[in-house]
Design a binder for this molecule. Structure first.
Ligand code: HEM
Ligand code: HEM
Length: 191
């Protein structure tokens, strides 16, 4: 918790709370809400943001540009990562601050993709891995419920362009058009 709230200025670790909100409940659209995320997922992302030796980071911004998280993650020790991941996974979602769906016109399409996927394009149901209620699953499946739709859509586009490297999510995003990505991002936010 101390690291999350205060950061560690001496090591160049900015206070997480500034961008991710109290207890990880971020209210800023492009800053992900981290409360109640599976700790394995948080830890994996923090490892993925940091370049490993001469290997570039697995997770960057668009076109390989560093993320705001790159320098922060690189300064964290494995113990810091474990501590902050466990801290966040135990924080409660503040549903008053959480994001929600905003586009009624696409709710039905989003719900269909969430529950059943898109059979003729071989897109599996998101619910299978992110759980029916969007809470995520232990191990490395993130919570999407209450996440900002703007952030979700941006990540889906980064998977599709290959800028954010993940084989499973690449195959899924690559088979979807912009309209469907926006519909399912909005629906997932509102779960
Ligand atoms: C993404 C943790 C500090 C801005 C993330 C993610 C994690 C994380 C786990 C990925 C979330 C996901 O995939 O759903 C932390 C921790 C911090 C910290 C533990 C402190 C040690 C900050 C600060 C800022 C920031 C200080 C703003 C200056 C962002 C942004 C993203 C992100 C914008 C989205 C990814 C991107 O745009 O590249 N953070 N964060 N974080 N964080 Fe942080
Ligand atoms: C990550 C959306 C289906 C496995 C993500 C993220 C989004 C997303 C937005 C990034 C979340 C964040 O940064 O916090 C979706 C949607 C789906 C879908 C809309 C349906 C169309 C699936 C399925 C699987 C899966 C079926 C499993 C077979 C994963 C995994 C990650 C992830 C493992 C973490 C990737 C990493 O470590 O960087 N998904 N997902 N997803 N998803 Fe999905």
């Amino acid at each position: 918790e101390q690291l999350f709230v205060n950061g560690d200025p001496a090591r160049g670790v900015l206070a997480c709370v500034t961008c991710h909100g109290e207890g990880g409940n971020s209210t800023i659209p492009m800053n992900p809400n981290l409360a109640a995320m599976p700790h394995e997922y948080i830890a994996k992302q923090l490892r993925d943001f940091a370049p490993q030796g001469d290997k570039p980071a697995v997770r960057t911004g668009a076109e390989g540009a560093p993320s705001i998280m790159t320098a922060i993650a690189a300064a964290l020790t494995p113990e810091d990562i474990q501590n902050v991941a466990l801290y966040l996974s135990h924080q409660k979602m503040d549903w008053d601050k959480a994001a929600t769906a905003t586009n009624e016109d696409t709710t039905e399409r989003g719900q269909t993709i969430w529950r059943a996927g898109i059979a003729d394009r071989k897109v599996p149901a998101c619910a299978a891995c992110h759980s029916a209620n969007g809470a995520g699953l232990p191990a490395e499946f993130p919570r999407l419920a209450g996440q900002h739709p703007e952030y979700l859509l941006e990540q889906l586009k980064l998977f599709r362009s290959g800028d954010r490297v993940n084989a499973i999510m690449f195959d899924i995003a690559d088979r979807m058009n912009d309209k469907d990505l926006a519909a399912v991002a909005d629906y997932a936010a509102g779960l």
